[in-house]
Design a protein around this ligand. Sequence first.
Ligand code: XMP
Length: 511
Amino acid sequence: MEKILVLDFGGQYNQLIARRVRDHRVFAEILPYTAPLSVIKENGYRGIIFTGGPNSVFDPASPHYDPAILDIGVPILGICYGCQLTAFMAGGRVETAEQSEYGKIDLHVTDAASPLFADIPTDSVVWMSHTDRVTVPPAGFAVTATTDACPVAAMEDATRRLYAVQFHPEVTHSVYGNKLLENFLYRVCGCSGDWEMDSFIEDTVARLREQIGDKQVILGLSGGVDSSVAAGLLSRAVGKQLTCVFVDQGLMRKDEGDFVEKTFTSLFDMRFVRVNCQEHFLSCLKGVVDPEQKRHIIGTEFYKVFWEEIRRRSSEKGFFAQGTIYPDCIESGKGDADKIKTHHNKVKMPDDVEFLGIIEPLCDLFKDEVRRVGEKLGIPHELVWRQPFPGPGLGVRIIGEITAEKVEILQNADWVLRDEMAKNGYEQHLAQFFCVLPGVSTVGVMGDHRTYDHLVAIRAVTTDDFMTADWAKIPYDILARVSNRITNEVKHVNRVVYDITTKPPATVEWE
Ligand code: XMP
């Protein structure tokens, strides 16, 4: 298998570079700059990418590397700090500019014959973020691109196949950045693109088997994409040595708990434990109306139940697995072994539960890559393409006290909305959509009778990152059908409204 090494000098984009390389169907491995040259030589890389980094090459304490790496015969692409480091190692001049160059900058290619710039226009926009810059390229290097502030925005020593760019081709603001990386991989390194998600699955499964041996593994399954895909991989690796614990607090969408159970018990080889505790949660939530308190109770009880179940089952010490994906990892590179995914639920692993180690098979992948793995593993489309769903579930979509009756009304109304959206295909235009039960009753009329029943609100948003969101302009005829069906099919609902608020000032969830 063709492999590219991403040599990490501490830049924030190291994982993104690896991911872009994988997008071009070439496997990328990340190693810290402390990796010995002998190891790099042994690993048979087709090419090496030096990442950016926050440091200055003049600082002796900043990450450097043995200059002999430039002569091992493997093509190198230096990016940003990696570009300055290449110049520094090869004897060029690097200087600190008076003004930093930051943001979208016009790049001018001065050597159209460079393989790196093949099929890239002479003038294009790139993303820059630097203060130091190369002012004189090392002997043997020719300048291949410039910007107004940067006399050496790109340089190369074609004989030694050494390339360096001051800008960041890995970020999408560099309009032809992806093409440049493709050129490096295919034209410079001679890769053929022999890597696919199948290879990731095979390699990961083999690694997991070796790591786990004959020990047991426990995974908390939430029914979300990440833990489902992690479960799929682990099941393929170790089958019944894997126990998935699925705590159903009764606040999932209609039939969702059953769907998760059916999926994992029928499609995958594993021990599946479903802990049904709707009544316990409802009793803990009785009379509670404060949204923060509700969240706190649901989060705390969830983990209490989860760890109790694990304590009951852990007769021998095994591994603990979780579906942490790259954006969840606080540390760069590999996930930190003792870090539990707490960013949503803020609950730590209890001191009295010990494991042989933490397994995070997805910690190098981005969300869309996780979805691709999920599809390859045969996890159903609904699970793989699931919308974000808050940890506290419908608990944040029922305003005021949560009761069994309200949960049922909301589940039924939400199911109608999802069914209608799936039927007409409009769901693909939406980032997230769901029903909310504000806990408000209003007057209505049914036949000759006056009713006094629940109001249901529909929330549907478009967004790229959920930090801001716009309310979705769902066509009126679709809204009309949904409203008609909800009031006809869901008992105790006599009015439907549509939330037309952006975020900010509103949030996506109502709470
Ligand atoms: P807000 O309501 O803050 O939601 O605009 C932004 C996105 O985050 C989701 N969300 C959560 N996800 N645990 C989660 O995993 C939570 O506690 C939680 N609260 C909100 C929300 O559904 C939306 O996609």
